[in-house]
Write a protein that binds this ligand. Structure first.
Ligand SMILES: [Fe+2]
Length: 405
């Protein structure tokens, strides 16, 4: 092992890490009908169901409501107006509805925005305040003057309808501040959902373009997580198996939407791929993507699909220890062992993105060069920038945006 790897702690025995994945995951077929039976085991009785208008139109809400009531629980209210990106106003409205209707639990049925909205609404419902008051990691109330166990929120169950975000098992939520044109994160153990139900029936109506974009978000979590400064052995195990599943299932899940096994395996891959963020952030593809989402409304998965290749090239050129980690990824995806890993892996990801029918350049999704200074401001302050394996300055981030344009 090189001395460099020891210096950067990308190998060997790490001085410290923590890993937490307490969500009870149930995965398989025909699980929507037992949503109530399962959620009752987490203490839920009277539920606020959080979803969006797109899901409402698919008929999934009715199936889940039937499943909840079959288990003897009550859906006291449904909030179905979560926008593409969750924001402080929408979570305040959900929290207010929870208070007015006297619920004791939340059930999120949707993609990342729906699940993140439910997480933060639950936080406001329990502890009050506005979403932005809780920005940052590890700021939620704990017992014993802040030194004890996290104060529990109401039980939250998630049924993801996209396979990508991993929010159903993660400790963080991403919220958009529309006024400030940025996205910020709230992360703490109490936000981790109690139950995640992974059933391919919930992604059966997912359009191929969204399956592709959200699948690339999962791939970004696995690759960025595996090379992050915050790498750890527990998360590595999850990230690498997530990559195997993504390599074997993503294209089929997009091109053959009726392939229940591929769709189901992508749900499992997404829940595994988020493991590197179990106690922290990931890397600068996410920093770049949060900013273009906040300033230009680019969907998160599409933004990650565009940014991941340029970030791989940038990071892999930053040192042998980082390149070695990308070689693990590359080998796992079946790429040849010879040659420079950065450009080779980046090109592999680019061709995958093209084959999925997604855009490969920011200029294709409405981002203009004049916007780069504002984007850099958002990206440099993002929590994900701190744990990127290669230090990225404002000028580096500007250059990455230009390369992706
Ligand atoms: Fe993501």
């Amino acid at each position: 092992m090189s001395g460099f790897a020891d210096d950067r702690q990308m190998g060997g025995f790490k001085d410290f890490y923590q890993f937490s994945a307490p969500t009870r995951v149930i995965a398989g077929r025909d699980l929507l009908g037992s949503a109530g039976f399962e959620f009752a085991k987490e203490g839920a009785r009277r539920i606020l169901l959080v979803t969006d208008a797109g899901i409402r139109a698919t008929g999934l809400v009715e199936r889940v409501v039937d499943g909840v009531t079959d288990g003897g629980l009550e859906v006291a209210a449904i909030f179905d107006a979560v926008p593409q990106d969750s924001d402080g106003d929408v979570v305040a409205r959900i929290a207010a509805l929870a208070g007015e209707t006297g619920v004791d639990s939340f059930l999120a049925l949707g993609g990342g925005s729906v699940m993140d909205s439910a997480k933060v609404a639950n936080l406001l419902f329990t502890h009050g305040g506005a979403a932005r008051d809780w920005e940052g990691f590890y700021g939620l109330p704990r017992a014993d003057g802040g030194a004890g166990r996290p104060l529990e929120l109401a039980p939250l169950a998630c049924i993801p309808t996209t396979a990508g975000t991993g929010s159903e098992v993660s400790f963080a939520a991403v919220i958009k501040d529309r006024g400030a044109q940025l996205k910020y994160q709230i992360g703490d153990h109490a936000l981790i959902p109690r139950l995640a139900i992974l059933d391919p029936a919930s992604t059966a109506t997912l359009p191929p373009a969204i399956a592709a974009a959200t699948g690339m978000d999962a791939m970004a979590h696995a690759i960025e997580g595996y090379v992050s400064r915050d790498w750890n052995a527990h998360a590595d195990a999850c990230a690498l198996h997530a990559l195997r599943l993504i390599g074997a299932n993503l294209e089929r899940a997009v091109h053959e939407p009726g392939d229940e096994a591929a769709r189901g395996n992508m749900l499992i891959a997404a829940a595994l791929a988020i493991a590197p963020t179990s106690c922290g952030a990931i890397g600068i593809a996410h920093s770049l993507s949060h900013a273009v989402g906040a300033c230009f409304g680019v969907p998160h998965g599409v933004a990650n699909a565009i940014h991941l290749p340029v970030v791989i090239e940038f990071n892999a050129a930053g040192g042998e220890d980082v390149a070695a980690r990308y070689r693990d990824v590359s080998e796992l995806l079946g790429l040849p062992g010879a040659g420079e890993v950065g450009p080779m892996l980046a090109e592999h990801v680019r061709s995958l993105v093209r084959s999925l029918g997604l855009p490969t350049r920011l200029s294709q999704v409405g981002v203009v060069e004049a916007g780069i200074p504002l984007l850099v401001q958002g990206a440099i302050g993002d929590a994900c920038t701190l744990v990127n394996p290669r230090e990225a300055t404002a000028e580096d981030l500007a250059e990455l945006y230009r390369r992706a344009l």
